[in-house]
Design a protein around this ligand. Structure first.
Ligand SMILES: Cc1cc2nc3c(=O)[nH]c(=O)nc-3n(C[C@H](O)[C@H](O)[C@H](O)COP(=O)(O)OP(=O)(O)OC[C@H]3O[C@@H](n4cnc5c(N)ncnc54)[C@H](O)[C@@H]3O)c2cc1C
Length: 395
């Protein structure tokens, strides 16, 4: 728990201590604003500790034509590899293509070439095509009917630790970071908002010129606490479950096509164990209550058994997180993963809600939010640039 006192006024208040709230608090503090960050539960307690833990361009988003997202994510991946070498590491990802795979080798070649181009076609961004005989080194991978094994580089992180490192950086830049501290309600007044905050057992009041709603799956619930109500976006919450299995299948990563429905499922090394995920299941309920279902666990284990039939499965943990996706008829897998920033332009002071987005792009998103803050309340003297700020494992 942080014992920093709550001040009477802030330039910027950020609600939600996930990666987006952390990123905005850091970027706004670096831009010279007086910042307050509130988290009701624990740092990264929401989606930001329930992801697949990849810092990636999102190879599969090329399929749905989300080129800007892929380009920006690859740029951000390269930046994070530089500024957070203790937290983000490059790793090889293998895609096996079998005779009956939905995707063909020529499609993979095109996709992976484009992916490498977005990475500047540098040596460490290029893919390789291996022969089936070379798959022998991956003990246990099904080789029957295997045609090719593609290998491309992407990166992994520990999402919870990355979020904490960004919060530590925000704090160093002067941000006031309070946890557990919950926004109870907010009211627009001349020049800003008055905010009621549950902090140290009491409801306390503060004011802020701009407020950023970075509460992920809670965004629309939090917007109902605001008077007058800010604009909102109709979203679906789509649950994704991961399993942690005892023992490490490989110290490299596998990107597999689920035989049941051709979705992407990852098999990843995770602290000496194996991380297996993820699923997509429409969620309608309280985001605080999201839990992995048995059907999701069976689905994931079926995928694993298909590709690694001899692996002895022992599930040591399971967790579920919620994607925030625009409400559409499309399958969740095909929907836009672009971040949406929704501003209340009806009032001179701004209420900005962040919808969707990726762990990977948090820094770019935060810089876009700071641009909106600048337009609303004017610039301050910049004290640092998030592009160069080193992120370290929190003390
Ligand atoms: C299954 C899954 C896998 C994913 N895998 C990847 C991946 O591999 N790579 C990638 O780049 N992205 C991935 N993502 C996306 C990424 O995880 C999310 O975009 C990101 O974590 C969202 O962060 P956030 O800060 O917006 O929300 P959250 O992390 O959910 O944070 C919101 C916070 O707001 C707090 N809060 C709520 N209400 C209040 C209140 N009233 N007062 C104060 N605090 C409040 C909550 O406690 C919570 O901590 C994945 C997402 C899912 C669901």
């Amino acid at each position: 728990m942080t014992h920093t006192p709550l001040k009477d006024n802030y330039d910027v208040t950020v609600i939600g201590g996930g990666i987006h709230g952390a990123g905005v608090a850091q970027a706004a503090a670096a831009a010279g604003y007086q910042v307050l960050l509130l988290e009701k539960n624990d740092w990264a307690a929401g989606t930001s500790s329930k992801s697949s833990k990849l810092i990636h361009g999102g190879l599969r988003y090329l399929q749905s034509g989300q080129f800007n997202l892929v380009r920006e994510s690859i740029q951000e991946r390269e930046i994070l590899l530089q500024i957070a070498p203790d937290l983000v590491n490059r790793n090889n990802f293998y895609i096996p293509i079998y005779k009956n795979s939905h995707y063909k080798s020529w499609q993979l070649r095109i996709g992976l070439s484009l992916y490498a181009l977005f990475g500047g076609n540098r040596v460490n961004c290029r893919y390789k095509k291996l022969k089936p005989a070379e798959a022998a080194k991956f003990h246990g991978l099904k080789t029957d009917q295997l045609k090719h094994l593609f290998c491309y580089p992407d990166a992994q992180t520990d999402d919870r630790l990355l979020t904490r490192a960004v919060i530590a950086s925000a704090r160093k830049l002067g941000a006031n970071t309070l946890m557990p501290a919950q926004l109870l309600n907010a009211k627009h007044v001349v020049g800003g908002y008055t905010l009621a905050v549950q902090w140290q057992g009491k409801a306390r009041q503060t004011t802020s010129r701009v407020v950023i709603n970075a509460t992920g799956p809670w965004a629309n619930t939090v917007n109902t606490l605001v008077s007058p109500a800010p604009p909102t976006v109709a979203v679906d919450l789509v649950q994704g479950t991961h399993l942690i299995l005892e023992g490490q299948i490989s110290n490299e990563c596998f990107y597999l096509e689920a035989p049941q429905d051709q979705r992407a499922v990852f098999v990843l090394p995770w602290y000496g164990n194996t991380l297996l995920g993820t699923t997509e299941r429409l969620f309608e309920g309280d985001p605080d209550q999201v839990e992995p279902s048995l059907a999701e666990q069976y689905y994931l284990l079926e995928v694993l058994e298909y590709y690694f039939p001899d692996f002895e499965v022992k599930v040591v943990d399971a967790f579920a997180g919620l994607r925030v996706l625009p409400k559409q008829q499309e399958r969740a897998f095909k929907r836009s993963r672009e971040t949406q920033l929704i501003c209340d332009r009806a009032h001179s002071a701004q209420w900005i809600s962040i919808y969707g987005g990726k762990l990977t792009g948090y820094r770019a998103t935060a810089e876009k939010v700071v641009k909106l803050i600048r337009q609303s309340i004017g610039p301050r003297t910049q004290i640092a640039n998030t592009r160069n700020l080193r992120l370290k494992l929190s003390e």
